[in-house]
Design a protein around this ligand. Structure first.
Ligand SMILES: Cc1cc2nc3c(=O)[nH]c(=O)nc-3n(C[C@H](O)[C@H](O)[C@H](O)COP(=O)(O)O)c2cc1C
Ligand code: SF4
Ligand code: FES
Length: 646
């Protein structure tokens, strides 16, 4: 415990709260009152400061779990691949009577088998959507679970998933070693491949030169927002007096995204080299890798890699004789998606609930960790920095397209023959090439219905849409071009021009058998579960949207529902502290707008619900109408229907 506390500045011991809670839970299986008071006393805090973490972070539990604890992913790609069936079969096999939440089929408290040998729960995206459905059995991830053969995962170790050789349309730089024969994650293998040579080059350069190379490269952040990395870095003053921190965002929780996990698991030293170079460039002497709690193996792999790098003087005091000291520490999250939002992440790292901070300041580079200048970058972004130093910013910028430079890893999941992660030159591959050539086409010979191109927060694109896009010509002029979804270049600007976003690079493919109300309901369940709850529009609205789509699926849809859904979405986006508001509103807004017939088909009943949508009136599902008199009660936000039956 003292070692964990030592990872943080002496006056910031609160940061060790989550690590201590993890240690306690690993040892005693759950967090009880004694844990709360003991950890609080150890860190000089009040018990409430610890209890608020236990109730906020889903991975911390106040009751014992079974000897074997099972987590089944219920998010979109896994649900499409049969994870609800997996849950049913696992419960049957282990004798678990799962408590069912009357308000919905999603999250319920952990359910136990009679003898306490097994416990089970649904969890949100485990960042392995390409091998859906997936489960965690204790700390092991089981991929491609067969819904009709679930018993085997309880008795057998996880099978390694297939790794494909690079497709000719790929351009592997970051993923060049992944899947290579005899490739291992130890430092010797990495050094034999020329590892840490770019750090050697970097420490001989001036800090300003490295920042300029990154600027010249045009690298845009790969975590979701696509903000230019060099510009962000230049917010740090060269003569900064306060300590500067670098945080590597390894929270990877956006449904459909599963690239950072593979970098960490397969090539941890590449990430550490990127971090060391970035720390040197930013004069940041401490870096934290904030890794999501559901990556326990990844955390161990990184810890071992950090030890190895220290032994070789790539980290620690006076790295490579440069006089520069840098320490890298792992900080584990505990199951909350909002920890991916950079200011929520910082609050979490400070030992608090992951409540995103009110902006301005817009960038943690101004006020970040411990109110010091802080750069937060995604795992893939930091890996790209290493390659920019290797090839030079100008050469890197020749990859991809103007303003969309370099390579990026796109993760394809859902209804394709060959789901997986593919590294492409940004914008040099079209959506059609990605789906049909690289990912093997739509599964079972079906037709494409829709694509969510940048993680589940991105607006859905219809397969039959025509996109009007302004295209820049070599002479600087622009022309209007109309293109199909297949012709859309996979880059930030084209996907934004098509009304969606490249986001975190998670492409979820939906075939023509998919029910769009069902798909949206699955997404809504995710956001309703993950809202941190600070802002009323987000906290209430995300739940309302989920309740409405759930009621529609249950047969209680009313004609008002599509309009109500849209209105709720419109009243969340742009009215919240963080971009989660947009992330949860965009799916609803776009699905309702782009698939009106499907939503109308579920919304047939003639009266609006007599109760607000967070309650699901069973009568409405069972009967066509409910005879209630006007003003029998005030439904608050909702108006009476056209026939004023309410
Ligand atoms: C709700 C929400 C969730 C996010 N989740 C992640 C995440 O899991 N990983 C990540 O790198 N960035 C995530 N981001 C983006 C981060 O806030 C931040 O922009 C990013 O880590 C910056 O790194 P980059 O510039 O290298 O992309 C999220 C943003 C929001 C609004
Ligand atoms: S928008 Fe949602 S997730 Fe973000 S701060 Fe507000 S309530 Fe929390
Ligand atoms: S791992 Fe299940 S949806 Fe991502």
């Amino acid at each position: 415990m003292d070692e964990a506390i030592g990872h943080y500045p002496p006056d910031q011991k609160r940061s060790a709260a989550l690590p201590l809670l993890h240690l306690w839970q690993e040892h005693f299986d759950f967090i009880n009152d004694e844990a709360v008071t003991w950890i609080a006393a150890k860190l000089g805090l009040q018990p409430i400061n610890i209890l608020e973490l236990v109730t906020f972070y889903p991975m911390l539990r106040e009751r014992r779990a079974g000897k074997t604890h099972i987590r089944v992913c219920r998010t979109l790609s896994c649900a499409m691949a049969g994870s609800y069936q997996v849950m049913e079969n696992l419960c049957a096999a282990t004798g678990i009577q799962r408590k069912v939440d009357p308000a919905g089929a999603g999250h319920t408290p952990i359910s136990m088998s009679p003898g306490g040998n097994y416990s089970i729960e649904f969890v949100e995206c485990l960042a392995s959507c390409g091998t859906a459905p997936v489960c965690m059995i204790n700390d092991d991830l089981h991929e491609n679970v067969q819904p009709d053969n679930t018993m085997s995962i309880l008795s057998e170790p996880p099978a390694k998933s297939a790794v494909y050789p690079p497709h000719p349309l790929e351009q592997r730089i970051i993923f060049k070693n992944i899947g290579r024969e005899n490739w291992k994650t130890d430092i010797k293998t990495y050094l034999d491949d020329g590892g840490y040579e770019d750090l050697r080059t970097a420490v001989k350069m001036s800090r300003a030169d490295i920042v300029n190379e990154v600027k010249t490269s045009g690298l845009r952040g790969r975590g979701g927002a696509g903000f230019p990395c060099g510009v962000k870095w230049s917010f740090i003053k060269p003569d900064e007096k306060k300590p500067v921190y670098l945080i590597c965002n390894a929270d990877e929780s956006e449904p459909g995204t599963f690239k950072d996990r593979y970098i960490i698991h397969e090539d941890p030293h590449q990430l550490l080299e990127g971090i060391a170079i970035s720390c040197f460039a930013l004069n940041a002497r401490t870096a934290y890798i904030y890794i999501r709690g559901e990556f326990p193996k990844g955390a161990k792999i990184l810890e071992r890699a950090i030890e190895e790098a220290r032994e070789h003087k790539f980290l620690g005091k006076d790295i490579l004789g440069s006089g520069f000291d840098v320490d890298v520490h792992i900080h584990r999250g505990a199951g909350a998606y909002i920890c991916g939002e950079e200011t929520g992440l910082i609050e979490s790292l400070e030992g608090k609930r992951a409540y995103p901070r009110i902006k301005p300041p817009y960038f943690p580079a101004v006020l970040g960790l411990y109110m010091c200048p802080t750069i937060v970058n995604n795992v893939e972004t930091l890996c790209a920095v290493k390659h920019i130093v290797a090839m030079g910013g100008a050469k890197y910028a020749q990859l991809g397209r103007p303003n969309n430079t370099g390579t990026r890893i796109v993760c394809v999941s859902g209804d394709v023959e060959r789901p997986g992660y593919f590294e492409i030159e940004v914008g040099k591959v079209t959506m059609g090439q990605l789906i049909y050539d690289i990912a093997g086409g739509v599964k079972w010979g079906r037709r494409l219905k829709a694509v969510i191109p940048g993680g589940s927060s991105a607006k859905v694109l219809r397969a039959d849409e025509r996109f009007k896009i302004k295209q820049k010509q070599p002479d600087g002029s622009t022309i209007d071009v109309e293109m199909s979804i297949d012709e859309l270049p996979m880059d930030f600007d084209s996907l934004a021009a098509a009304g969606s976003m490249a986001g975190s690079g998670g492409v979820i493919v939906l075939d023509d058998s998919r029910d769009m109300v069902w798909v949206l309901n699955n997404i809504n369940e995710f956001y309703a579960h993950e809202s941190c709850g600070q802002c009323t529009p987000c906290r209430e609205g995300s739940l309302w949207m989920k309740k409405i789509t759930e009621r529609m699926l249950d047969g209680g849809g009313v004609t008002e529902d599509p309009h109500t859904l849209k209105t709720i979405g419109d009243n969340i986006a742009g009215r919240t502290i963080c971009a989660f508001g947009e992330a949860c509103a965009w799916p609803t807004q776009s699905f309702v707008e782009k698939f009106p017939d499907e939503f109308a088909a579920y919304a047939r009943k003639s009266i609006p619900p007599p109760l607000p949508p967070e309650q699901t009136p069973q009568e409405l599902i069972e009967h066509e109408t409910i005879p209630t008199s006007p003003l029998a009660h005030d439904p608050g936000w909702e108006k009476a229907g056209a026939d004023a039956v309410i």
